[in-house]
Unconditional design. Structure first.
Length: 320
């Protein structure tokens, strides 16, 4: 077998024979011919001629230069992959990216606070509060039917009867939980307190603070000045801004148990006052022992006026 000046080498022929695995010399010669090479069978004797033998002429093979990196066809996937990628030392060390060092950050106490986002949707807050805290009062419109019925029977009226109407005229008693578990909701407590003064009236809101449970003491000023809790006059709604002991602070022992909250709720009910609690945790976590004693409202963005009415109705029934 001899080579002809070409860019195809014996290695290419060897690779083709290894892939195709021909079984006879005829096929091997055909493969070599397709690659531009000739196949000489060493077992076949050459035809003798009358001319004396002469030295074979050696034709120098000219290697065709190939660009770097060398590329070779993969035997498994038939894709062209680089066999070698070289970089000089100067190229590896050279860098054109210059990044200026970051400036020193401001102290944490001077960092701007994130914007406050209240738990209740702001445009619904006043409607939610007025619906949740309204009680029935006798200051509604004139009850024409009762007047007509009384006069038709020949009776007399000492005062004009009126229809029961939802009202906030009784005011409220606001109890704000200052336990450690309510620390993340201080901003919401302040926001609700401000909104209640607009809805009910500043002079009709009695604000008291407590820690754990109001039975441990309440007050409007410093903790040292707190005293025993006393319910408001009959018919006045009592409003709790608390987690009802659901949250568990990492430190401190001001968390109240369910039994303590049940005792407080029964005290308020004996005073004939509606008890409403705004709790920042979902219903599955509410203590079921408090369900018949407290109107619990989820303090959350998804709470709407229709949600309140499904729990309270038009207003709370009170007995004075």
């Amino acid at each position: 077998m001899t080579e002809t000046p070409s860019s195809i080498y014996l290695g290419d022929l060897a690779r083709a024979l290894g892939e195709l695995n021909p079984s006879d010399d005829v096929t091997r010669r055909s493969i070599a011919a397709l690659l531009g090479l000739t196949w000489d069978d060493p077992e076949t004797p050459r035809r003798q001629t009358s001319r004396p033998p002469r030295e074979p002429v050696r034709v120098p093979m000219r290697r065709v230069p190939r660009p770097r990196p060398r590329l070779e066809r993969s035997e498994q996937r038939g894709v062209t992959l680089p066999l070698l990628v070289e970089h000089t030392r100067e190229e590896a060390a050279e860098s054109s990216i210059n990044v200026a060092p970051m400036g020193e950050s401001a102290p944490e106490e001077f960092a701007p606070a994130p914007p406050f986002e209240p738990l209740f949707t702001p445009r619904w807050t006043r409607a939610i509060l007025s619906t949740a805290l309204a009680t029935y009062g006798d200051d509604g419109q004139l009850d024409v039917e009762r007047v007509a019925e009384t006069l038709a029977r020949g009776g007399h009226l000492e005062r004009w009867p009126t229809l029961s109407w939802p009202t906030l005229s009784r005011g409220i008693q606001l109890l704000i939980d200052r336990s450690r578990s309510m620390a993340p909701f201080i901003g919401d407590q302040i926001s609700i307190q401000r909104e209640l003064k607009h809805v009910v009236g500043r002079d009709r809101v009695q604000t008291l603070r407590f820690a754990g449970c109001p039975l441990r003491g309440t007050g409007a000023g410093a903790v040292t000045a707190w005293s025993e809790y006393r319910p408001p006059p009959a018919g006045t709604p009592v409003v709790l801004l608390s987690d009802l002991g659901i949250g568990r602070p990492l430190v401190g022992d001001d968390r109240a148990g369910v039994a303590e909250w049940v005792g407080f709720a029964r005290l308020v009910r004996r005073a004939r006052c509606p008890l409403v609690a705004f709790v920042p945790y979902a219903a599955p976590r509410w203590p079921h022992e408090l369900a018949p004693l407290v109107t619990v409202i989820h303090w959350d963005r998804w709470t709407t006026v229709s949600t309140i009415r499904s729990r309270v109705g038009r207003a709370h029934e009170v007995k004075e």
